[in-house]
Each structure stands twice: as C-alpha cells, then as structure tokens.
Ligand binder design. Structure first.
Ligand SMILES: [Zn+2]
Ligand SMILES: [Zn+2]
Length: 146
C-alpha cells in the first residue's frame, strides 16, 4: 500500500510528533557504517520531504550536528524526553528535511527507490533487482529520478 498523504510520525514515547503534508520526494535505504551506527540496525531509511510541507505537531527536540567527511552537514533532531531521532535538518539545503523512515506511523508503506553504500551492507540483506543500487556514493540524479 502506498503511503497516504498527509502522513505523521513521532518518537517512541509519544512526546515528539510531526506531520508532513506532501508525499516524499525520495525514500532510500543507506547501508553506510554511520547509518548502521546511528540506528543500531542494518541500514537507515531516509525519507526526503520539502521542508515547507513538514511541521512539528508537539514536543521539544534536542539537536546534534553531524558533519561527514565530505563536509555535508545534517542537524539531527531527537525527542528531548526519550532520545529517539526523528528527522534531520540540512543547514546547507534548508528546503529539504530528511525524516528517519522508521519513525513514520505507517513506515510499512514506504517504498524505497534506492539502496546506497551497499559495499558495507550486511551480507544477509538482499536488494530487489529493479531498484537503483550504489556501492558507495550514489548518483543523486538517479536516486531522485527512480
Ligand atoms: Zn519521545
Ligand atoms: Zn548512511
């Protein structure tokens, strides 16, 4: 089932809630070691939405700025009560917000169109044939067009 719009999500304890009024621009699974570490899981699910369609419904956040080797910055926003990371703001690309896919109420309806950094993917994760895959840094035009 496709994700219905608008959609909502939030943290584990329920104190932090958000809403997005538009369909995601892109959903991808990232298998890099940073995403494995920050999630404690096999890969991160990143849902890119237009910041203009995204709003916080309730709750306080704490922020942490991640700066990757490439210099790209992501300001993670977590629930101030339970610590669940829910989304990241992009200081250099303020028109886009990156939601952490597992925090959607209807996360099961997400349809990732790309798997990236698969060079470090867990060997037991298999990727469907018809999905764009990049062993390392992706071609972003392909990620957004697929
Ligand atoms: Zn919480
Ligand atoms: Zn990653």
């Amino acid at each position: 089932m496709a994700l219905e719009v608008p959609f909502e999500g939030g943290c584990m304890c329920g104190a932090l809630r958000y809403r997005c009024a538009e369909a995601p621009a892109m959903t991808l699974c990232c298998h890099c070691t940073d995403c494995q570490r920050r999630t404690g899981a096999a890969f991160g699910i990143t849902v890119s939405v237009n910041t203009s369609a995204f709003s916080t419904l309730k709750g306080e956040t704490t922020s942490w700025l991640s700066i990757r080797q490439s210099g790209s910055k992501l300001l993670f926003q977590s629930c101030a009560v339970c610590g669940t990371r829910c989304w990241g703001d992009l200081p250099d690309i303020p028109e886009s917000t990156l939601i952490l896919g597992g925090t959607l109420d209807d996360a099961i309806s997400l349809e990732p169109s790309a798997h990236i950094y698969t060079a470090t993917k867990q060997p037991w994760v298999s990727i469907p044939d018809n999905i764009y895959e990049a062993e390392n840094k992706p071609d972003w035009r392909k990620v957004f067009s697929s």
